[in-house]
Design a protein around this ligand. Structure first.
Ligand code: GTP
Ligand code: MG
Length: 556
């Protein structure tokens, strides 16, 4: 059932965020190989944002001649790429080669003639295409091929995982199924670009950029879209001219704090999105949150969006995670699997509450990878030492400096397989001294907790903050109990002691089953660490010997 990973070719693939990553599927193969060149985070962002500006989104009939559709649009300019997907109807994403093509398309587009309602005349890059004589045109037409925008069901995933040939390949299979596709990433940048058009009504030089899991290489199909309204370019002053005896300064409204400025800006942009944004529904202004935001659903793309501003530290966190995710193929594979496992058991949730977040889980996985011998990824302090002058970033007094060029970071010598890493991850956190230690990816070492929160994960940039302050003791206990259970399951399988028959889920697939959590609830506490493992084996063998001696003595 679990043949050791067969060596396979390792194709260099372009990840959904633009970084080339090399897949290292097999046990024999060095998992640490990386591809030759990787784009920096700002390069990926700039390229994708520019591409999004040349792209339009068209709601069209499901049954349409793709050829005629493309011919019709190519009257306005060369089309670089296109694809279809479903979200409250069929949509086409069409990327033109030149931005001018959009103006040409807008010139021939009419405003809707609605009989009972009235349209707000805001012209965007979101269109509806209808057939002139639909009954004739659509009659013998097959529906267009739509790209998937969501993950497969957990049951189907479990089946797929069972046909992999090693735990390591199970992790890569899961990542392949869950990660953002090239099309989905394009759509995320397009949604930001459409919101930017609205925000530009107030701030013509602003940009709206995705951050968080949409761009940090850990995004799963269907994850929310975190948007950052960037007004910094507007605020940046030109270098002061020495010519002439005067300085010129803009007169600007003054408010008591940056937070109040953010709240006011988001309040009007939120209203604008609500009133004029085509396809934007359920707009909520959550302005009293620690980081004020506007939440809404963008129906044409199907994304749940969180728009924030003045959130540069989160942007740096996303870049840092992008770097870690691009360094070694095992990083993303492990994080995807741990996140999926946590979601399957309700350790993480889409509802805010005392649960561990995906962001915290990712930090835990990164910390664990820093603690391997030799380490699989560098500490944040080591990345800071590699930084050059351009990498220096101080955001609101917080040092957010680290090397942004992945190519400058030496690949690890560590060749451990994901089979070992997954099992050790659960063992490590099943035994971690959460009561006294904190997790710190800056130092790559556990440290004394500065305050008694059950789980303390130091914010890598705002160093006085704990990113998991929300987590309560019972949620942490659940995580620890499940981690121990999973470490035990994997160790048993490794020793060939698995009680499961061949047809049953094994490896990562077994860890995703609800029975894992119910075993924990039943109070089957897995004792700590390898020592207790040894004691357990000893007890088991004693039990067998006892039983044998009872049987042997029975006849006497
Ligand atoms: P998903 O669960 O897939 O959305 O993961 P995510 O990484 O996008 O998380 P989320 O949408 O909750 O947050 C978006 C980004 O905000 C994260 O990637 C972080 O950069 C940042 N962030 C989230 N939570 C915290 C936190 O507790 N503290 C700090 N400092 N930043 C956070
Ligand atoms: Mg997110």
């Amino acid at each position: 059932r679990r043949a050791p990973g067969r060596p396979r070719l390792s194709p260099v693939r372009l990840s959904s965020t633009g970084a080339a990553t090399q897949r290292a599927p097999g046990r024999e193969e060095a998992d640490s190989k990386v591809s030759s060149w990787k784009k920096t985070f700002p390069e990926v962002q700039a390229e994708r944002l520019e591409q999004a500006q040349r792209t339009v989104l068209i709601n069209c009939p499901a049954k349409i001649s793709e050829k005629k559709f493309l011919k019709y649009l190519s009257h306005h300019g060369k089309i670089n790429s296109h694809y279809f997907y479903e979200s409250y109807g069929t949509y086409a994403v069409v990327e033109f080669s030149e931005k001018d093509s959009i103006a040409s398309l807008q010139d021939i587009t009419r405003t809707p003639g609605i009989e009972e309602e009235c349209a707000v005349p805001f012209k965007s890059r979101l269109f509806t295409l209808t057939l002139k004589n639909s009954s004739i045109q659509a009659a013998d037409q097959a529906p267009v091929h739509c790209h998937k925008q969501s993950t497969i069901l957990v049951n189907d995933l479990v089946q797929k995982l069972c046909s992999a040939d090693s735990v390591s390949n199970q992790l890569y299979t899961l990542m392949d199924e869950y990660q953002l596709t090239e099309e989905n990433t394009k759509l995320r940048f397009l949604a930001c670009s459409l919101i930017q058009e609205i925000a530009c009504a107030y701030f013509p030089e602003c940009t709206v950029k995705p951050f968080g899991s949409s761009v940090n290489t850990f995004g799963k199909l269907g994850c929310d879209l975190d948007m950052f309204l960037d007004l910094d370019e507007i605020e940046r002053s030109p270098t002061r001219t020495k010519i002439g005896p005067f300085y010129m300064e803009y007169q600007m409204k003054r408010v008591p704090s940056q937070r109040i400025a953010s709240q006011r800006i988001l309040s009007v942009i939120g209203d604008c999105i609500d009133n004029f944004g085509p396809g934007c529904v359920g707009v909520q202004k959550i302005l009293n949150a620690r980081c004020p935001l506007v939440r809404f659903s963008h129906q044409p793309t199907g994304f749940q969006c969180d728009l924030t501003t003045n959130n540069r530290v989160a942007m740096r966190s996303s870049e840092l995670l992008y770097i870690y995710g691009s360094l070694d193929s095992r990083v993303r594979a492990l994080v995807f699997s741990v996140r999926c496992w946590a979601r399957a058991h309700g350790i993480t949730s889409t509802i805010p509450g005392p649960w561990i977040t995906n962001f915290s889980l990712t930090m835990m996985a990164l910390f664990f990878l820093q603690k391997r011998t030799p380490p699989i990824i560098p500490t944040l302090d080591q990345l800071k030492d590699l930084a050059d002058a351009e990498d220096k970033h101080i955001v609101e007094g917080h040092d957010c400096t680290f090397a942004s060029n992945v190519n400058k970071i030496k690949p690890t010598e560590n060749t451990e397989t994901l089979d070992v890493l997954l099992s050790d991850f659960f063992e490590y956190f099943g035994n971690f001294a959460f009561n006294k230690n904190s997790i710190n990816i800056r130092k790559g070492k556990e440290q004394n907790k500065p305050e008694p929160s059950p789980l303390y994960i130091q914010n890598p940039f705002e160093q006085a903050l704990n990113i998991s302050k929300n987590v309560n003791q019972s949620q942490l206990d659940r995580f620890v109990a499940l981690a121990r259970e999973c470490a035990w399951i994997l160790q048993q399988e490794d020793k060939g002691h698995s009680s499961l028959s061949n047809s049953q889920p094994w490896g990562l697939a077994a860890l995703l089953l609800p029975s894992v959590a119910s075993n924990c609830v039943k109070g089957k506490k897995r004792r700590k660490g390898p020592t207790s493992e040894r004691i357990k084996s000893l007890l088991d063998s004693l039990k067998i010997n006892n039983a044998n001696s009872l049987v042997n003595n029975g006849g006497k």
